[in-house]
Design a protein around this ligand. Structure first.
Ligand SMILES: Cc1cc2nc3c(=O)[nH]c(=O)nc-3n(C[C@H](O)[C@H](O)[C@H](O)COP(=O)(O)O)c2cc1C
Ligand SMILES: O=C(O)C(=O)c1ccccc1
Length: 420
C-alpha cells in the first residue's frame, strides 16, 4: 500500500510536526487551522458583499447549522493495539486513484475571494494531486484552469440551462479539457432565498462575475447580438456606474462590449437553469458523453435508486452547503440511507465538512470521498494558492491522524466498526 507522494496532501505527523517546529522559530501557520478561526479571518479580509455571498446560506441558515450538527452527532469509536505507523489515504474512483478522499467542491465566483480565483485553486489542487471540480459559474474559463493544472485531475460541474446548445457545448469543452467526470447539480434549479445577499441587493452574476464559462462559449456568445434586453433604462447613479464598470471590465477580459455584457448577464439569468428538468432528460446527457456522470444534491434514497436505474455513475449527497432550502435535512444525516439505496454506485458527500475527523465520519458512514467547500475559499481569500494548499493539507493531515488513532491502516477500510 503506497503512501501519497511527498508532493501530495501529506501524512499528518509531518504536517503537525512542521507546524510545531515552525512555531519554535516564531512562525505561525499561514491560515488559521481552526475552522471557525479560518472563517472569521476571511470575514475580516473580505468586503461585505463578497463575504456574504461566499459564507451565506438560505433563510436563517438553519440547514447550514444542521450540516454541522449532523457531524457533531456522529461519534467515532477507536480500537487499540491494532494501528499502523503509516496510513494509506488513497481512494479509487472511476478507475482513477486519488491521494486522499478529498476533492475540491465546485464553487462559483471565486474572484470574490481572490483575483487569481480558479487559477490559484487549480494550481493548489495540482500541487497536491487533489481533484478540483470546476464550476459552471467559475471566474476563469475551464480551458485556462485545465492548462494551469497540467495533468492533474479535474472534474466539471454542470448546470443544465434552458439554452441546451450551451449545455451541450459545455460538455464538449469539458471532454476536451481532460475532465475525469461530470457532476450534474440538481439542487439549484432556482436560486435559494439568501438574506445576506438580499439585504445587500447583491447578485454577482448581474455584475458580470462568475460567467467565465459562458462568456468564452461560442454558442453563448452567438446569442449576445440577438437576445433583447428588457425595456426600461434605470437612471444613472453611482451604484449603476460601478456595476457598469464591473461589466465593462469583464467584457474587456473576454472581448465583449458593455452592451454585450449587459445582454450576457440578462441571458445568463434567464437561461442558466431549468426548474423543470426531469429524469428523462438525463438520457440526453448520457448520450452526449462517456464520462462518468454524478448527480449532486441527492438527499432522498429514492432519488439515489432512480439515479442508478437511469445509468448514472455516482451520487453526491449534498444540500449545497445549506444555501438552497432553509430547513432541509443535514447532508450527513441522509448519507447512510442514500448509500444503502445507491447499491454499487459510489456515493460522495459534501456540506459541512470542516475537519479531518469529519472526513473520517463520512467515510465510516459509507461515503467514498468528500468535497471540501467554503474552507478552501477562505484559504484562497487569505493567502491565494498557498492558502488553499494549506487548508487542504490541514484537513488531510487531521484525517491521517484520525485514521491512525482509530487503529485503521487505510482510508478504504473505514466503516461502521469505527462508529459508536
Ligand atoms: C460561494 C459558493 C458557490 C457555490 N457554487 C456552486 C456551483 O457553482 N456549483 C455547485 O454545484 N455548487 C456550488 N456550491 C456548493 C458547493 O459545491 C458545495 O456543495 C458546498 O459548498 C458544500 O458545503 P460547505 O461549503 O458547507 O462545505 C457553492 C457553494 C458556495 C459556498
Ligand atoms: O451560489 C451558488 O451556490 C450557486 O451555485 C449558484 C449558481 C448559479 C446561480 C446562482 C447560484
Amino acid at each position: 500500500m503506497s503512501q501519497p507522494k511527498s508532493s501530495g496532501p501529506g501524512p499528518g505527523r509531518s504536517r503537525q510536526t512542521q507546524i510545531f517546529v515552525d512555531g519554535l522559530g516564531g512562525t505561525r501557520p499561514l491560515v488559521p487551522v481552526d475552522p471557525e478561526g479560518l472563517r472569521k479571518a476571511a470575514r475580516r479580509k473580505l468586503d461585505a458583499p463578497a463575504f456574504a455571498y461566499l459564507a451565506g446560506g438560505a433563510g436563517m441558515e438553519r440547514t447550514m447549522q444542521a450540516n454541522l450538527d449532523a457531524f457533531s452527532g456522529v461519534k467515532l469509536l477507536p480500537r487499540r493495539l491494532c494501528g499502523s505507523a503509516s496510513r494509506d489515504l488513497s481512494v479509487e474512483l472511476f478507475g482513477h486513484t486519488y491521494p486522499a478522499p478529498v476533492l475540491l467542491a465546485p464553487l462559483g465566483v471565486l474572484e470574490l475571494a481572490h483575483a487569481e480565483a480558479d487559477l490559484a485553486v487549480g494550481r493548489a489542487a495540482a500541487a497536491l494531486g487533489v481533484p478540483f471540480i470546476f464550476s459552471s459559474q467559475a471566474s476563469e474559463p475551464m480551458e485556462d484552469v485545465a492548462a494551469a493544472m497540467g495533468d492533474s485531475p479535474r472534474w466539471f460541474q454542470l448546470y443544465w440551462g434552458t439554452d441546451e446548445e450551451v449545455t451541450r457545448s459545455f460538455v464538449r469543452r469539458v471532454e476536451a479539457c481532460g475532465a475525469q467526470a461530470i457532476v450534474l447539480t440538481l439542487d439549484t434549479t432556482l436560486l435559494g432565498w439568501r438574506p445576506r445577499d438580499l439585504d445587500l441587493g447583491n447578485l454577482p452574476f448581474l455584475r458580470g462575475q462568475g460567467l467565465a464559462q459562458y462568456l468564452t462559449d461560442a454558442h453563448f456568445r452567438s446569442r449576445l447580438d440577438t437576445v433583447q434586453l428588457p425595456a426600461g433604462t434605470p437612471r444613472p447613479s453611482p451604484a449603476l456606474l460601478k456595476t457598469a464598470a464591473s461589466l465593462a471590465a469583464h467584457g474587456r477580459k473576454f472581448g465583449l462590449s458593455l452592451a454585450q455584457m449587459r445582454t450576457a448577464a440578462a441571458h445568463f439569468t434567464a437561461s442558466y437553469t431549468r426548474p423543470d428538468l426531469q429524469w428523462d432528460d438525463l438520457s440526453r446527457l448520457r448520450e452526449w458523453t462517456t464520462l462518468p456522470i454524478l448527480l449532486k444534491g441527492i438527499l432522498h434514497p429514492d432519488d439515489a435508486r432512480e439515479a442508478a436505474q437511469r445509468g448514472m455513475d455516482g451520487i453526491i449527497v449534498s444540500n449545497h452547503g445549506g444555501r438552497q432550502i432553509d430547513g432541509e435535512v443535514g447532508s450527513l444525516t441522509m448519507l447512510p440511507r442514500v448509500v444503502e439505496a445507491a447499491g454499487d454506485l459510489p456515493v460522495l458527500l459534501d456540506s459541512g465538512v470542516r475537519t479531518g475527523a469529519d472526513v473520517a465520519k463520512a467515510m465510516a458512514l459509507g461515503a467514498r470521498a468528500v468535497l471540501l467547500g467554503r474552507p478552501y475559499a477562505y484559504g484562497l481569500a487569505l493567502a491565494g494558492q498557498a492558502g488553499v494548499q494549506e487548508v487542504i493539507r490541514n484537513v488531510v493531515a487531521e484525517f491521517d491522524l484520525t485514521l491512525g488513532l482509530l487503529g485503521a491502516h487505510s482510508a478504504r477500510e473505514l466503516g461502521p466498526q469505527h462508529l459508536a
